[in-house]
Design a protein around this ligand. Structure first.
Ligand code: ADP
Ligand code: MG
Length: 259
């Protein structure tokens, strides 16, 4: 897409090892790629290869041992982009109402301003959760819980959303719809996204580019730009695109042929 040209972040030769009494576990080696403004990037790779480690480094939770991350904001400023993080489980608190869950991030960050709370109101309405604001999380469907988790994340107005296998706790059918739904909402909000998934079909249907990692220590095996010819660019329709199977085969080859 034409508006996606500028790298807001650039990872250059990132390396990382965990150190313990038992020795060193090298998780990442020489990882380089850019994250463009408004882009959806999927990261795929074998279990335990270093995907979550990489996301933690992008989030600024871990400092890379080797390499650098270059920030390149649209307005020329040098501050690190504001990050929103969504994990495997929705992490909603059962003892809080839906409303008090979606405002939790604001509360913890002392950002319960009128503007932010109005933005939350709009999201609750847009996402159809308005009527459920006084319910407990257990009274919501899996999809509604993920929507609530997304509102909580978006309330802090992140520029870059990082999602670590956010749908893997859902059953297959639900996941198809919820992942398409959540990604549509993130696109509509104009955010940049990096998502880890172990589901190749999910990666192809959601992402603009797919970063394929090798087994541990993870190196970048391939970077696949996804271009599907579709009248309707919804993630569900993407699975019926004529090119879909070809992308799947490419990724499958990359993942199963270790060299
Ligand atoms: P993935 O998300 O791809 O499954 P991770 O990034 O979680 O992989 O982990 C990569 C490797 O680093 C694994 O071998 C894991 O056991 C190891 N690892 C992850 N976190 C720690 C930690 N805190 N201390 C030591 N080793 C870790
Ligand atoms: Mg992980």
């Amino acid at each position: 897409m034409a508006y996606m040209h500028r790298n807001i972040l650039e990872l250059k030769n990132i390396g990382y090892s965990y150190h313990s009494l038992h020795g060193e576990t090298k998780a990442l080696e020489d990882i380089s790629f850019g994250v463009r403004e408004g882009e959806f990037i999927a990261i795929v790779g074998p279990s335990g290869c270093g995907k979550s480690t990489l996301l933690s480094i992008i989030a600024g939770l871990l400092t890379p041992e080797e390499g650098t991350i270059v920030v390149n904001n649209p307005d020329g400023s040098l501050h690190y982009p504001k990050i929103g993080y969504m994990l495997q489980r929705d992490h909603l608190f059962e003892w809080r109402s839906v409303y008090r869950n979606v405002t939790l991030g604001l509360e913890l960050n002392h950002k319960m301003t009128k503007e932010r709370l109005e933005a939350v109101e709009r999201l609750l309405e847009d996402y159809g959760l308005d009527k459920f604001r006084d319910k407990r999380p257990s009274e919501l469907s899996g999809g509604m819980k993920q929507r609530a988790a997304l509102i909580r994340t978006l309330a802090l107005e992140p520029q870059l959303l990082l999602l670590d296998e956010p749908f893997s706790a859902l059953d297959y059918q639900t996941r198809l719809f919820v992942s398409a739904d959540i990604c549509r909402l993130i696109r509509a909000a104009g955010k940049t996204m990096v998502i880890i998934t172990h589901d190749l079909s999910e990666a192809i249907s959601l992402a603009d580019r797919i970063i394929v990692l090798s087994g541990r220590p993870a190196v970048v095996k391939n970077i696949v730009s996804v271009n599907l010819t579709l009248a309707d660019d919804s993630p569900l329709a993407a699975r019926n695109a004529p090119e879909f199977q070809q992308y799947f085969n490419t990724l499958w080859e990359d993942l199963t042929h270790e060299d």
